[in-house]
Unconditional design. Structure first.
Length: 72
């Protein structure tokens, strides 16, 4: 079975891919913004590692929000 190309998707599927991509960029942007503004002592682990993790689809930013932030 050959891989489907983007042009082969239906319009609904293309919209779904667009929505998911937009959500991914918003989530990563929110995590990166929080990382830049949050004091170092309120971040679990290395800021650089969390920034790199934000590039891993949905898992990186979600992991940061769930496990990377300390309470003030």
């Amino acid at each position: 079975m050959a891989k489907k190309k983007f042009k082969d998707l239906s319009s609904g599927q293309k919209k779904g891919v667009g929505v998911l991509a937009g959500l991914q960029f918003l989530l990563a942007g929110a995590a990166l913004r929080d990382l830049r503004r949050r004091p170092k002592d309120l971040i679990r682990g290395s800021r650089g590692w969390w920034m790199a993790a934000c590039g891993i689809n949905f898992a990186g930013p979600l992991a940061y929000f769930l496990f990377g932030r300390r309470s003030a």
